[in-house]
Design a protein around this ligand. Sequence first.
Ligand code: UDP
Ligand code: MN
Length: 271
Amino acid sequence: MSSPNNAWVTLATNDSYSLGALVLAHSLKTVGTVHKLAILITPGVTAPMKQQIEAVFDEVKVVDVLDSKDQTHLALMCRPELGVTFTKLHCWTFTNYDKCVFLDADTLVLQNCDELFEREELSAAPDPGWPDCFNSGVFVYKPSQDTFGQLLEFARTRGSFDGGDQGLLNMFFKEWSNTDISKHLSFTYNVVWSSTYSYLPALKQFGQNMKIVHFISSSKPWLQSFNTETRLVTSKHGGSGLQELLQLWWDLFCRHVHPRLSTEMIESRLS
Ligand code: UDP
Ligand code: MN
């Protein structure tokens, strides 16, 4: 049997989300994934940052949703508010892979979860804000040009009830909520961390099972204060457990990303 050709896929439209994507990639390597790493970027990512990304990811696809004179561009003209969403939809165009798992750039993988590739499209974990919806920061899907076209058409004609990809994908894959429980991933695959995490006894009981943490909204790791002398991060929002996870992100950043960044920057200044 030939080994499956699978990939983790993420997205970055600028340099700060690129830092998230780089740390995410190193977290995947640290847990020893056997699958490839792929990323969608846009021209908003600077050339030195693109070089960093190319050194870590197996495949880098540049998508320019505004300039492409194709169906994406036409769809976007009708729905200018869905800019980043349209970019995310391009993950379906990685048809050189059999199956993919999309991960937001603000996620961090804590334990190996290669078993996710055994799931079918569209598998995702519930969103704690409205658990009949899935959170679109982590999902298993099957790349397909056909599905991509359908998603674009859906976006153009129907839009998104929350103005982003989560509303759109939940409408498109609306059977997720009530059809097949095997497509419901455990919350441990997408622990959505808001600054007001509210179920602390569950965190105490199940916290060690956490596989992927997702730093939504204002808890983005790269927006917290980091002390370069003590190498400790201080969360601006607090919240039990968050501090340790943010520290993990920063440890990976300091070990794998920052040293390379500074060398590159120095070199580019000298040349
Ligand atoms: N994203 C991006 N640039 C942006 C906003 C979002 O590249 O300006 C990508 C990135 O991969 C990010 C994902 O889109 O993780 C979803 O956005 P975000 O994580 O900020 O939303 P949240 O999870 O907080 O709802
Ligand atoms: Mn996110």
